[in-house]
Design a protein. Sequence first.
Length: 145
Amino acid sequence: MAKIKPAVNRRVLLFLAGLMWLSVGTMLLYLSFSWLKASHAHGAFLFAGIGVVVALVVHHFGFLKLVDKNLGRILPMEGSKCVFAFMTWKSYIIIAIMVAMGSLLRQSPIPKPYLSIIYIGIGLALLLSSIRYLRVLLSQTSRRR
């Protein structure tokens, strides 16, 4: 079983975590801005502005704590670990629930400009939080040299 286990070092785990948060954040921002553009909503800047404020709050009071918790788990790791260890199993379950909720929201009768506030809030918060993973990765890489 150990032969087929995809094992990587902690720098790869940091990279994967940062890349995942960055990718999902970018996808959510793309969706939200495409909705705002397609709707020709009056006050699109207002919707986007509110989304940015939501993002800053979610980033500071929610995601940074989660990132720090993940970093506290990843950084002490020695040797090779499973490539999926950049998150806990509990986090994978939470992600599945969030994907399902996002799908339900997209199919709901909520107007897309209003929905874009939530998507901008979460997407930008994910993107901002991914920077911490990548910054720690860079510091780990430069320290090794």
